[in-house]
Design a binder for this molecule. Structure first.
Ligand SMILES: [Zn+2]
Length: 252
């Protein structure tokens, strides 16, 4: 258990990481990267793969620490749907807390065989996200970036900054919590040493919970929570219309 630093992935430790990051770096928006190319900065990004609920929990902690982050959202996630009214309201809250949104783009959810097609689908998703959230989307990140996907390394596509552009990969340090453990470097050590002048930190909200849990427990919690909520919504609807929830055995 110790090898995977489960204890790192709590809300309390997350707050401590933010406090440490604030001491060592100045937080900037992706839009300022070009003008501050050689300055010392940190980019604080979240790819939302599983849970908008968890995204909101982190957004509140960041707000308390006076930090503005960027949440990259998927249009074709198997685990959440940003068109659901209750999630849309949570996204609005994240925005009003001072955070911004980017597009988390899954190449595999489209049939893409060329750069032209990549740009077409990026533009399509950008427009949908912009009209849904009523805000401009100027940055995107690839979901599950394979070496092949990463050959698309221009700074911008479809009018959006590419978080995996050559510039970020060559001139900006990187630390990610992918899969719920530190596969490469532990974020606390990276921030404490602060060796790199420029740093991009990627966290996925699902990995940060109130209590210490294994990566599997953290994902299962999100999946089970969503399923439970679905059942509750169904029961609410039955009640509203005075219908019964008929089951094989009486009383269940
Ligand atoms: Zn992703």
């Amino acid at each position: 258990m110790d090898d995977y630093n489960f204890e790192d992935f709590t809300e309390t430790h997350y707050r401590d990481l933010l406090r440490l990051a604030k001491k060592k770096y100045s937080f900037i928006d992706y839009s300022r990267v070009e003008s501050l190319e050689k300055d010392r900065f940190i980019l604080w990004r979240h790819d939302v793969d599983f849970s908008v609920n968890r995204a909101l929990a982190l957004a509140k902690i960041e707000k308390k620490e006076g930090i503005s982050a960027i949440y990259f959202l998927r249009l074709s996630s198997d685990f959440y749907n940003i068109f659901e009214l209750r999630l849309k309201k949570k996204l609005e809250t994240i925005f009003y807390l001072g955070h911004r949104f980017g597009l988390h783009f899954d190449v595999d959810s489209h049939s893409i065989h060329s750069e032209t097609e990549l740009i077409e689908y990026l533009s399509m998703e950008k427009k949908i996200l912009e009209s849904l959230l009523n805000t401009e989307i100027t940055v995107f990140s690839f979901h599950n970036p394979t070496p092949e996907i990463l050959t698309n390394d221009q700074f911008r596509y479809a009018g959006m900054i590419n978080t995996y552009a050559r510039y970020f990969r060559e001139d900006v340090g990187y630390c990610s919590d992918s899969n719920g453990y530190w596969r490469n470097r532990r974020l606390w050590d990276v921030l404490e040493k602060a060796k790199e002048d420029r740093l991009q930190v990627l966290t996925h909200p699902v990995w940060w919970q109130e209590t210490v849990m294994s990566p599997k427990e953290r994902v299962w919690r999100c999946i089970d929570g969503r399923a439970q909520r679905g059942k509750e919504l169904y029961l609410e609807r039955l009640e509203r219309f005075g219908r019964k929830n008929i089951h094989r055995n009486k009383g269940n």
